[in-house]
Design a protein around this ligand. Structure first.
Ligand code: AMP
Length: 193
């Protein structure tokens, strides 16, 4: 929507696991259990990614930072690059909504399109509308693991919100809205692209 790269640490880690690289081997166990991957690993990923030239006109981080150490590292990296953070989007939804969204989420392994089997289903059962590949469910989108990921969020990630609230950077997105209204909600919060 905003014409800048979206950098999702989860996507980078899942690709590494699929490739069977050293990074993937290090990360796989944590991801399966719904735990955070070690800070030093994800911080290195982010440092390397933000050295790429395509981020020069801006970027969106998805799923990073998720701990105090990561937030501190992000401050340092941005300072070194003389980049100012515009906003942190805090997507607010109840645990029940999140479990409902994630447990029925399916994604396309080829083009990355994401569906919800009840609220945003593909036209043909479990087949991607865009590229006709078979859709998959993430290993960590099982209800018990989702609940554990929420606990990890409460303990390790929620506390870092305060630093962005204090800095006046935290903006709330109403995640309870129907899925198809979320793009407009993001525009309301961030301004038009
Ligand atoms: P996500 O795709 O953002 O839901 O992330 C999926 C999984 O990847 C998480 O449950 C973690 O195991 C790992 N992960 C992604 N981003 C991070 C991060 N910033 N710090 C630690 N682990 C992460």
């Amino acid at each position: 929507m905003y014409g800048v790269p979206v950098i999702a640490t989860g996507d980078i880690l899942r690709e590494a696991v699929a490739e069977g690289s050293e990074l993937g081997r290090l990360a796989e166990g944590y991801m399966k259990r719904g735990e955070l991957v070690r800070d030093d690993i994800v911080i290195t990923i982010m440092e390397d990614r933000l050295d790429e030239p395509d981020v020069e006109d801006g970027f969106i981080l998805d799923g990073f930072p998720r701990s105090f150490r990561q937030a501190e590292a992000l401050d340092r990296i941005l300072k070194e690059k003389k980049v100012e953070l515009d906003a942190i989007l805090n997507v607010v939804a109840s645990s029940d909504t999140i479990v409902g969204r994630l447990s029925l989420r399916r994604s396309c392994p080829k083009c990355g399109a994401v569906y919800h089997m009840k609220d945003m289903p593909p036209k043909d059962d479990e087949i991607c509308d865009e590229c006709r590949s078979s859709l998959i469910q993430r290993d960590d989108d099982k209800v018990e693991i989702i609940r554990h990921r929420l606990e990890v969020y409460e303990k390790q990630t929620f506390p870092i919100l305060e630093r962005y609230e204090t800095a006046g950077k935290a903006k709330e997105v109403r995640g309870e809205l129907p899925i198809d209204q979320i793009p407009d909600e993001v525009k309301r919060v961030l301004g038009d692209p």
